[in-house]
Design a protein around this ligand. Structure first.
Ligand code: GTP
Ligand code: MG
Length: 326
C-alpha cells in the first residue's frame, strides 16, 4: 500500500467534492491542544513505487516481526498442563494474524448464527456522547474517516441492509448510533466519520467516550487500502495507545483490490499481502502496542468478504465466544 500518498488522497477528495484539510487540521489541533493526541513524527517522503505485479497469495513475502505478543496460555491450558505455544503468523486473502489463532469453520458458523439468529434493534442515536448512561452490555465501535464504509460494514455484520444509513457522500452518519444484536448481548456503535463533512469536535468527543465508557471493549478502525493511511488515522492510533484504548485495524472495500488488472494498475492498487505488511508496519510505528494482532480484509459490497471473521473477532473482543468445554 502506498502510505499517505498526498496526491492520491487529494485526487480522492477532489472526486468527492472538496478539500477537508482545514477541517481535519482543526480537529487535529483541537485534539493536540486538549493533550489527547501527539503529533506523529513526519515521515520521510518515499519515491512512488510502480504498480505492483500481483504476487500469488501465500507468496514469498516474509511477514514482519510480531509487534506485540499478547497471546497467553489460558487458565484452562495451564490447569490441564497443555504445552503452550503462541500461534505462528498466518496470512490469507482475508486476514493477517500474528497474535491470535485462525478461527475454524465451527467458530465462524457460530459467529454467523450469533449475528443472524436474533432480530437487530436500533437502540439510540446521540450527538452528545457524554449523555449516555453506562450499562452492562459489552460494546464495540466502528471508526474511521468519512466514507470509509463504517455503516456499510455494520449492515453486513447485522445482515440488515439499510439498518445503518449509508451514502456515497462523506459525512452521512451525523451522530453515534447504537444497535443491539445477538439477543441483546452485544451493542455495535456506528460512529460519525472524521475528516471530510464531519463536525470539528467529534474527534475529541469520540475519544472521551471510548476512554470513559465502562462496557467498551474494542474499537475497529477502518482503513480503505486504496487511499491508505492519512495523518489523522495515525494520530488516532497513537491516541488509542496513549489512552490504552484497545483497537483492531480492518481493511474496508478490499473488493477494489480485486478489480480488473487494467483498472487496478490505473489506481496503482497493490496486492493484499503487500497491504497487510504495510499496514502492520504503520501500526507498529504508530501506537502498535494498543493494537490487536490481527488485520482483517473485508468488503460489504458488491460481495461480502471477511464478515464472519470480523464477527468472530467481535465475539472474542467481548468475551461472547463459546468457551472451551471442560
Ligand atoms: N466498492 C465498495 N464500496 C463500498 C463498500 N462499503 C461501502 N461502500 C460504499 O462507500 C460509500 C460510503 O459508505 P458508508 O458505509 O456510508 O461510509 P461511512 O464510513 O459510514 O461514511 P460516513 O457516515 O460519512 O462517515 C457508499 O457509497 C457505499 O456504497 C465496499 O465494501 N466496497
Ligand atoms: Mg456512516
Amino acid at each position: 500500500m502506498r502510505v499517505s500518498p498526498e496526491s492520491k488522497y487529494l485526487d480522492h477528495i477532489e472526486s468527492v467534492g472538496g478539500c477537508p484539510e482545514d477541517e481535519l487540521n482543526a480537529v487535529l489541533n483541537n485534539l493536540v491542544d486538549e493533550g489527547l493526541l501527539h503529533k506523529p513524527k513526519p515521515k520521510k517522503s518515499k519515491k512512488p513505487k510502480p504498480p505492483a505485479e500481483t504476487p500469488p497469495l501465500h507468496s514469498s513475502l516474509e511477514p514482519p516481526k510480531p509487534i506485540n505478543q499478547k497471546f497467553k496460555a489460558s487458565k484452562f491450558d495451564i490447569e490441564e498442563g497443555f504445552e503452550f505455544k503462541p500461534p505462528e503468523p498466518t496470512i490469507s486473502s482475508t486476514a493477517y494474524r500474528w497474535d491470535v489463532e485462525t478461527p475454524n469453520t465451527e467458530q465462524l458458523k457460530y459467529a454467523a448464527r450469533f449475528f443472524e439468529k436474533y432480530p437487530v434493534r436500533f437502540l439510540w442515536g446521540a450527538e452528545e456522547f457524554a449523555s449516555i448512561p453506562d450499562g452492562a452490555v459489552p460494546e464495540v465501535a466502528f471508526l474511521g474517516r468519512s466514507n470509509v464504509g463504517k455503516s456499510s460494514i455494520l449492515n453486513a455484520l447485522m445482515a440488515q441492509k439499510g439498518m445503518a444509513r449509508t451514502s456515497s457522500k462523506p459525512g452521512r452518519t451525523k451522530q453515534m448510533n447504537a444497535f443491539s444484536v445477538g439477543g441483546a448481548r452485544l451493542t455495535l456503535l456506528d460512529m460519525p466519520g472524521y475528516g471530510h463533512g464531519s463536525r470539528e469536535s467529534w474527534g475529541r468527543e469520540i475519544m472521551e467516550y471510548l476512554r470513559s465508557r465502562k462496557q467498551f471493549r474494542r474499537a475497529f478502525l477502518l482503513i480503505d487500502p486504496v487511499h491508505g493511511f492519512k495523518e489523522v488515522d495515525m494520530m488516532i492510533m497513537e491516541a488509542f495507545a496513549d489512552m490504552g484504548i484497545p483497537y483492531q485495524l480492518v481493511l474496508s472495500k478490499t473488493d477494489k483490490l480485486d478489480e480488473p488488472k487494467k483498472k487496478r494498475e490505473r489506481l496503482a492498487t497493490p496486492h493484499i499481502n503487500e497491504v497487510f505488511m504495510d499496514v502492520q508496519g504503520v501500526m507498529r510505528d504508530h501506537g502498535g502496542h494498543s493494537g490487536f494482532g490481527e488485520i482483517l480484509a473485508t468488503s460489504s459490497e458488491p460481495v461480502k468478504k471477511g464478515i464472519n471473521e470480523l464477527r468472530w473477532a467481535i465475539l472474542r473482543a467481548t468475551g461472547l465466544e463459546p468457551k472451551k468445554k471442560k
